[in-house]
Design a protein around this ligand. Structure first.
Ligand code: NZQ
Ligand code: ZN
Length: 392
C-alpha cells in the first residue's frame, strides 16, 4: 500500500546526552523556553537542575512549570498556555515521559492557534500549527518523543482524547537510557507493554504484504519482550534500557506502519477510556484488555494471528489455524504475566460496574459516531462485550 513516512525528529541518544539540551534548543532558535515536567521525579533525580544548567550555559532563559500527572489534564495545559503567553515563550521543552510530552504538545497547539485548545481533541477543528518543542525523555513507553500524537484528559466528563498532526512532532529528542534507571518496575514494564502494543496495533492489519515492515515489527516485539524480563532482574542493565528506549521511539514514529495501511488501534481506543475514567497506567491497561480484544476479533483474520504465533513465539504450524492463533494469544498473555502485568481488569485493580462499562463503550465510539478497529470494526456494543470479557 502507498504510504507517507515523515519523521523529522533529531535523536540524540546515549549516556550524558542531556548535557546537550541547551545547544539543541539554541540550534532550533529558541530564546525563551518553558521547561515542562511531571510530579517530581526529575526534581528528585537531579535531572531538572542539569537541564536548567545546560540552558544557562547556552545563554537561554526559561520558566518552569511542573505538576503534569499521568493521563495529563487539560487544566494544566490551559495553565501552561497562560504562563507561556505572559512570559513570551518561544520554545517548549518537555522533561519527562509521554504525559509531559503530550501536555507540552497541547500547550504548543494552544499557543499557535486562537480559541479553545480542546476543540482539536474534540474533533471540532484542525490545528494550523504548534509552537516548536523538544523532549528530554525519562521513560521508554509512549513514543511521544517521535510520534505525531498527544493524548489529553478533560476533567470535565473525564474524557481522554488523542489528537494527531505533524505540527507537534518534537524537533529533537534527547534519550539517555541511564535516566530510566530510577523507574519503578511497574512503570518500566507498563512502558514495555505500550511499546510492544504500538507495534502490535500496526501489525494487526488487513494488508499482509509488507515483508520488511513485518520483519521490523517482529524483531522489535521480540527485543522488547526479552529486555523487559532482563530489566525485571536488573533495572540498571544499560544495554537493556537502551534497547527498550530506542524501541519506544521506533515503535511509534510510523516505521512499523509503513505500507500496512495504519493498523487496528482498537485496543488503544478501548484502553483510553479506562485511563480517562480510572486513571490507570496506560501500558498496564493495554495488557489488561489486549487478550479479550484478540479473542473477540481473531476469527476475522486468523492468518495474521497465526503468523504472530509463529514469528513471535516460535509455535509450530498446526492443521487448525484458529487453534494456532489462540495459542499465540495465550502465549502473549503468559508474557504479560511474566512481566508482572495484568491480563484482565480485576488484576489491573478496577471493577467497573455495568453502567460504567456501557458509558466507556459509548464514549469510545463517540456515542455512535464511529467504530474502532480494522481487523473487526467494533461498535459500542462490541466494545462493551470486550470490557465484559476482560473483567476477570
Ligand atoms: O511525574 P513524574 O514524577 O515524572 O513520574 C512519572 C509518572 O508517575 C514516572 N517517571 C517518569 N520517568 C521517571 C519516572 N519515575 C522515576 N524515574 C523516571 N526516570 O512515571 C510515571 C508515568 O509517566 P508517564 O509520562 O505518564 O508515562 P508514559 O510515558 O507511559 O505516558 C503515558 C501517557 O502517554 C499517552 C498515554 O495515554 C498516557 O496518557 N500516550 C501517548 C502517546 C503519544 N503521544 O504518541 C501514545 C501512547 O499510545 C499513549 O496513549
Ligand atoms: Zn500507547
Amino acid at each position: 500500500m502507498n504510504f507517507d513516512y515523515f519523521t523529522p525528529t533529531k535523536v540524540v541518544f546515549g549516556k550524558g546526552a542531556e548535557a546537550k539540551t541547551g545547544e539543541l534548543v539554541k540550534e532550533q532558535g529558541g530564546h525563551k523556553v518553558l521547561i515542562h515536567y511531571g510530579s517530581g521525579s526529575v526534581v528528585r533525580t537531579g535531572l531538572l537542575d542539569k537541564i536548567c544548567h545546560s540552558l544557562e550555559e547556552a545563554g537561554i532563559s526559561y520558566v518552569l512549570l511542573g505538576g503534569v500527572v499521568p493521563n495529563p489534564r487539560l487544566s494544566k495545559v490551559r495553565e501552561g498556555i497562560c504562563l507561556c503567553r505572559e512570559e513570551k515563550v518561544d520554545f517548549l521543552l518537555a522533561v519527562g515521559g509521554g504525559s509531559v510530552i503530550d501536555s507540552t504538545k497541547a500547550i504548543g497547539y494552544g499557543l499557535a492557534n486562537e480559541g479553545d485548545v480542546w476543540d482539536f481533541y474534540d474533533r471540532k477543528r484542525q490545528a494550523a500549527g504548534c509552537t516548536p518543542l523538544g523532549a528530554v525523555l525519562t521513560i521508554a513507553a509512549a513514543g511521544s518523543e517521535m510520534s505525531d500524537s498527544s493524548v489529553i484528559t478533560n476533567e470535565d466528563g473525564w474524557i481522554k482524547r488523542g489528537y494527531s498532526s505533524n505540527y507537534c512532532r518534537c524537533r529533537f529528542a534527547v534519550m539517555d537510557p541511564e535516566l530510566t534507571y530510577t523507574l519503578p518496575d511497574y512503570q518500566t514494564q507498563s512502558g514495555c507493554v505500550d511499546i510492544m502494543m504500538h507495534t502490535m496495533e500496526r501489525y494487526f492489519n488487513l494488508s499482509d504484504n509488507m515483508e520488511l515492515t513485518d520483519g521490523i515489527s517482529e524483531a522489535l516485539i521480540r527485543t522488547v519482550m526479552k529486555n523487559a524480563i532482563i530489566l525485571k532482574q536488573n533495572p540498571s542493565d544499560y544495554n537493556a534500557r537502551a534497547e527498550v528506549m530506542w524501541a519506544s521511539s521506533l515503535s511509534h514514529n510510523g516505521l512499523t506502519g509503513c505500507g500496512t495501511g495504519g493498523g487496528d488501534w482498537a485496543s488503544h481506543q478501548i484502553e483510553h477510556e479506562l485511563g480517562g475514567m480510572f486513571d490507570v497506567a496506560h501500558g498496564a491497561g493495554l495488557a489488561a484488555i489486549w487478550g479479550s480484544w484478540a479473542r473477540y476479533v481473531y476469527p476475522e483474520h486468523p492468518e495474521r494471528f497465526a503468523r504472530f504465533a509463529k514469528q513471535i513465539f516460535d509455535l509450530e504450524e498446526r492443521a487448525d489455524m484458529q487453534e494456532l492463533a489462540l495459542a499465540g494469544i495465550e502465549k502473549m498473555e503468559d508474557c504479560y504475566r511474566s512481566m508482572g502485568m495484568p491480563t484482565n481488569l480485576k488484576e489491573l485493580g478496577i471493577e467497573p460496574t455495568e453502567a460504567q462499562m456501557h458509558e466507556m463503550a459509548e464514549k469510545c465510539c463517540f456515542f455512535g459516531q464511529r467504530t474502532v478497529g480494522v481487523i473487526k470494526k467494533l461498535t459500542a456494543e462490541d466494545v462493551e462485550k470486550i470490557y465484559r470479557m476482560a473483567r476477570g
